[in-house]
Write a protein that binds this ligand. Structure first.
Ligand SMILES: Cc1cc2nc3c(=O)[nH]c(=O)nc-3n(C[C@H](O)[C@H](O)[C@H](O)COP(=O)(O)OP(=O)(O)OC[C@H]3O[C@@H](n4cnc5c(N)ncnc54)[C@H](O)[C@@H]3O)c2cc1C
Length: 473
């Protein structure tokens, strides 16, 4: 037993939450072992590095991490400024990963494929709790390796598992074979990926923060490439409230662009398709034909590119040999799920939580960070930092600290710079306070269906679908 206690605590992923967990372990005198699939810290944030987040630096930098960084002479960024993903990586995560106590315990290009108990499969119960964990990973040469650890914090996020386009949760027929013309998440349409989008007709699918970002960036691109056309497909028609009250009020940093988006919809520069449900996709020359139901009517929509921003999912494959208990709908730890269910909560109504909610039937194994929210879109770094503070306190034997709540979410300050961190939670905030009335997921107001604007943008012109033609005949 004593020997197991001397083993390191594995952390899967060197994102903001994984590295915060490492800093907490160091603070408590425990040894972390961080396995990161990418070549450097913050690999997922790099993928959306051009996006400016809605939380100012003060909610991005974790307390134990800041302590370690300060000991190296680090210059803390301005508390009130809103960083981009790349700035978070370059000004915070990479310097943190270089702090000696962390640097000597990180393996990059180490992709974890499985976790088990040493010598025990999932069914074996005898002396299970006394066995250390065995982690299987692949190094950069593709060689399979394994390592023995005392506990595991899975902070691998959900970025690598985007949801597909189908409203039923499945890829639309033809979606996989059209993958060279489909991007998932938030491509950098005005920078790195500009050549793929400039002057083209682009269909954006989704209504969350990522979809809004993609649409607004395409509008930016229209300024320099006026032939760029934007179609915005929403599963439900929520756009009027989204733009009227939601986007401008709750993303003040992008308020001007929100107004531009509204104007663009009104004057036909963005064509809304809502309620939208894609049925199939076919490659047609250099572009795609999407067969869809739009407001109940079949349409065939011609586009050049599709951006799918319909959410993210946890990778559960690597957890196959350990005992985990997840909510069947949200795919989050069962006790946490009702607190974050996007059917009931915005991120502002998620209370701080820790080891009690994150404990699994497999002692010593915890899902933390963005992955702990499963399919719910409301995760905040600040909440993840509180999770790992609590879990690490538990691993260190400080059960009292593990059950205390140290995080106070401010009024709206996680989303914007206007509030004080000590302010008590109140209604009206997004992602930092209780949800405003009738708000569902983070920053996405729950609205009544409204007739979609149908002025065409040139592309996306609709032809009757085969079934429609048949019906007419
Ligand atoms: C565009 C966008 C904007 C956001 N804005 C905000 C904001 O303003 N405020 C806020 O609080 N939150 C925001 N979030 C939400 C959330 O805080 C971030 O997604 C955050 O990066 C989650 O941190 P994480 O450490 O849990 O996971 P990630 O940052 O996703 O890190 C996970 C790490 O694990 C690695 N990994 C994955 N699989 C494996 C494996 N099998 N083996 C080894 N390593 C693996 C990845 O490479 C990655 O480095 C935003 C999210 C997005 C996408």
């Amino acid at each position: 037993m004593e020997a197991i206690k001397n083993l390191p605590v594995a952390i899967i992923g060197a994102g903001p939450v994984g590295l915060a967990a490492a800093a907490q372990l160091v603070r408590r005198g425990l040894k972390p072992l961080i396995l990161e699939s990418g070549p450097s810290a913050g690999t997922s944030l790099r993928a959306w590095g051009h996006v400016r987040v809605f939380s100012p630096w003060r909610y991005v930098v974790e307390a134990a991490a800041a302590e370690l960084l300060r000991s190296t002479g680090w210059n803390a960024p301005d508390d009130d400024a809103l960083p981009t993903g790349t700035e978070i990586v370059e000004q915070y995560l990479e310097p943190l990963a270089r702090v000696p106590e962390i640097a000597k315990n990180i393996l990059f290009d180490a992709k974890v494929s499985a976790i088990t108990r040493q010598g025990l499969d999932k069914v074996a119960s005898q002396e299970r709790d006394a066995a250390p964990f065995q982690m299987r990973y692949t190094d950069k040469t593709g060689t399979e390796r394994s390592v023995i650890v005392r506990a595991v914090l899975d902070a691998s996020g959900t970025w690598s598992r985007p949801s597909p386009m189908g409203v039923d949760g499945l890829p639309v027929i033809g979606e996989k074979s059209a993958s060279d013309k489909i991007a998932y998440g938030i491509p950098d349409v005005t920078g790195r990926d500009k050549a793929d989008y400039a002057g083209r007709c682009v269909l954006v699918v989704g209504s969350g923060h990522s979809a809004i970002n993609a649409v607004l960036s395409l509008l930016d691109l229209q300024a320099t490439a006026p032939a760029t056309k934007v179609l915005w497909a929403l599963r439900r028609n929520r756009i009027e409230r989204l733009l009227g009250g939601g986007l401008n009020d709750q993303l003040p940093a992008r308020g001007d662009l929100g107004l531009a988006a509204k104007a663009a919809i009104e004057n036909g520069r963005v064509r809304l398709l809502a309620p939208f449900s894609a049925q199939s996709i076919q490659t047609a020359g250099d572009g795609l034909h999407v067969e869809a139901l739009v407001d109940g009517q079949p349409e065939q929509i011609a586009v050049d590119r599709i951006i799918v921003a319909t959410g993210l999912r946890p990778d559960l494959d690597m957890l196959r040999e350990i005992r985990v208990d997840l909510d069947p709908a949200v795919e989050a730890p069962r006790k946490l799920a009702p607190m974050i269910d996007p059917n009931l909560h915005s991120c502002g109504t998620v209370p701080p939580h820790g080891v009690v909610e994150l404990t699994q039937p497999e002692p010593g194994f915890f899902i933390v960070g963005g992955k702990s929210y499963g399919r719910a879109p409301t995760f905040l770094m600040a909440t993840g930092y509180e999770q790992v503070r609590s879990v690490v306190a538990e691993l260190a034997g400080d059960h009292k600290a593990a059950r205390e709540v140290h995080l106070v979410l401010p009024e709206t300050g996680v989303c914007n710079v206007s509030s004080s961190p000590s302010a008590a939670p109140s209604a009206g905030g997004c992602c930092g306070g209780p949800a405003p009335a009738k708000v569902d997921a983070c920053c996405v107001p729950d609205v009544e269906v409204k007739e979609a604007g149908k002025s065409g943008c040139g592309c996306g012109s609709t032809a009757p679908t085969q079934s429609e033609t048949a019906a007419a005949e």
